[in-house]
Design a protein around this ligand. Structure first.
Ligand code: NAP
Length: 236
């Protein structure tokens, strides 16, 4: 049974992360959302957190445990893109995406697993992308970060399984959020034709799967990569 503690959702102030935070709260969780802005929509508890800054991760994690209690579930959702063809990709494009989407979540997870080991219960969910396994033109940095999450989750599943801690990946396809609002109409049309369900996901459709993976019901699910992509990634 789930012990006392909170779930920390990174990037929980908007988009997929906010949908996760709301669904988890509705499922009875105490939720803390972390983002650079530190904003707390809907009266959710919030912490200011910059995943690209190791010191900020330490500070934010200490604040969450002192103010709200042990972190027994972590949803590594926050992420950014800096899309461009590799020939034009700057060092900053490479470093910021890898720091924010991969190294930061690894550091934050390292901080969180200590308490989960003590509790002998834990849930770690990484929000990756269909691009992790399909690849995407102009997304070498992003795809590297999102496929890296799969190796991280599966290594953690092996390391921490004996302690009652699960680690899983959710791989969304295209979701209606600020991130995809940047795509132009012709690219949107092109994407829609390749999605068997013929539409984008709502953030809530991703959040439902994340909430399940954090639940007691998902206690025997670990090391899984769960596609929530309308069929876009089939075969990858
Ligand atoms: P979004 O609307 O752009 O929101 C991104 C979130 O990440 C915001 O809450 C942002 O808050 C936070 N964030 C960005 N940089 C951060 C940093 N350095 N430290 C801490 N928080 C940071 O994104 P979304 O579409 O909801 O996507 C959420 C996740 O799903 C991402 O990992 C994304 O790669 C993945 N995903 C999205 C789609 C899609 O179609 N939308 C598809 C597949 C996967 P602040 O700006 O306040 O920091």
């Amino acid at each position: 049974m789930r012990p006392e503690g909170v779930v920390l959702v990174t990037g929980g102030n908007r988009g997929i992360g906010l949908a996760c935070a709301r669904r988890l709260r509705d499922a009875g969780w105490s939720v803390v959302v972390g983002s650079r802005s530190g904003l707390a929509p809907d009266g959710l508890a919030a912490v200011s957190l910059d995943l690209a800054d190791p010191a900020s991760i330490e500070r934010a994690f200490d604040h969450v445990t002192q103010a709200h209690g042990p972190v027994i579930a972590l949803v590594n959702n926050a992420g950014i893109t800096a899309d461009t063809l590799l020939m034009r990709m700057s060092d900053t494009d490479i470093d910021t995406v890898l720091e924010t989407n991969l190294a930061g979540p690894i550091r934050l997870t390292r901080a969180a697993v200590r308490g989960m080991v003590r509790a002998r219960w834990g849930r770690i969910v990484f929000v990756s992308s269909v691009v992790a396994t399909m690849g995407g033109p102009g997304q070498v940095n992003y795809a590297a970060s999102k496929s890296g999450m799969i190796g991280v989750a599966r290594s953690l599943a092996r390391e921490l399984g004996p302690r009652g801690i699960t680690a899983n990946v959710v791989a969304p396809g295209f979701v209606d959020t600020d991130m995809t609002a940047e795509l132009d109409d012709s690219r949107r049309e092109q994407i829609l034709t390749s999605i068997p369900l013929g539409r984008y996901a709502s953030p809530d459709e991703i959040a439902g799967v994340v909430t399940f993976l954090c639940s007691d019901d998902a206690g025997y699910v670990t090391g899984a990569v769960v596609p929530v992509d309308g069929g876009l990634g089939m075969g990858h």
